[in-house]
Design a protein around this ligand. Sequence first.
Ligand code: SF4
Length: 441
Amino acid sequence: MKKVAFYTLGCKLNYSETSTISRMFEQKGYKKVDFTDFPDIFIINTCSVTENADKKCHKIVREARGISPDAYVAIIGCYAQLKPKEISEIPGVDAVLGAAEKFRLVELLDGFVRPPHATIYASDIAQADTFNTSYSMHDRTRTFLKVQDGCDYSCTFCTIPLARGNSRSDSIENILKTAREIAATDVREVVLTGVNTGDFGLQNGIRVERFIDLAHALDQVEGIDRFRISSIEPNLLTDEIISFVAGSQRFVPHFHIPLQSGSNKILRLMRRRYQRELYVERVARIRELMPHACIGVDVIVGFPGETQEDFLETYRFLNDLDISYLHVFTYSERENTPAAEMPNPVPGSQRADRSKMLHILSDKKRRKFYEQNIGREATVLFEHDIENGMMHGFTENYVRVVAKYDPVLVNELRRVNLCRISDESLLMEVEDTVEETLSHH
Ligand code: SF4
């Protein structure tokens, strides 16, 4: 039995796809092993957003070669789609597969006999027009279910449309089928994932379904306790979706809404499809219906043309906004994007300073959000990992909770009292659980 190992860089989508590809291997009789377990085949799933994607790719290939000098090494993922030739020239690489080919990997590389030179299987990104159902299964508590792929927007900093192709989606019918499959396992939480999840519903370029319809349909699936929406563009987060989440027992009050900048000037340069006023309005609407909802914000610092005043505008905007945490990204130039050609690039040291300021702001926001949750009752889904005799879990609204390890609690939902913020890190401690385990299945 041939042994195959996987290495994944990048986002949740990549993780869900690696997971699905690994199941394809298992179905064909391959054995999935750890990276260091002398595999016969290495599959490396790359990301184009990762800083130094190129260097990382070299390093992982080198490591792989060190572990199994004769193994077959295949590179897939966004970076493989964008730079197939460069990657094929990395010593030790046997195959490079693009976005349209990666799900046919087992078939295309049948037998995994090392060629004398790396083979490239990467067609033009326009060919990546089919949707491949994927969900991750590496953690038995939660799964990332891909419902949408690709993006038709053209944000000036982003390479994802080039790496993943046009916006396309699974059908609601098929997603329900997958959700029922997941419900039959131990998994209790499904995170709905996509490149532009709110744009759900395009099939072959035609809008046939809507995200809200998907949400309504999933809400009826028995055996899954929680659905989380991974991230949704503010212009696609409609009142209808917000009200639906507020009224749903299963969709949790956690929103992750990319903002990217609090300056309208920069938003325009980024070619985002909203202005800051819309964002304020979306946050207000969520707060009105779900005062304790968790709201996470993506923001980019150091975009070309971002003056100190523009940055401070973003800083003040976020400071005044009732949100729970930030994901801060430092802008870096990506080849073949309009932003990379824009005038007035921000010096690296300023990018770093701005990032630091927003990280501090994020900590402050998160602490405040946690403080607002002290004294509340919440439901925690406890996870498998144990650390120094303690276990962790998340509440519906994404407060990370720590409790003394109790094997009975693993992968269970418990009502708890959130009593105080732990000293060492930003975690909520709980008093005794208040109710019996909530029923499941
Ligand atoms: S919405 Fe913009 S940032 Fe997001 S994937 Fe599409 S182009 Fe990239």
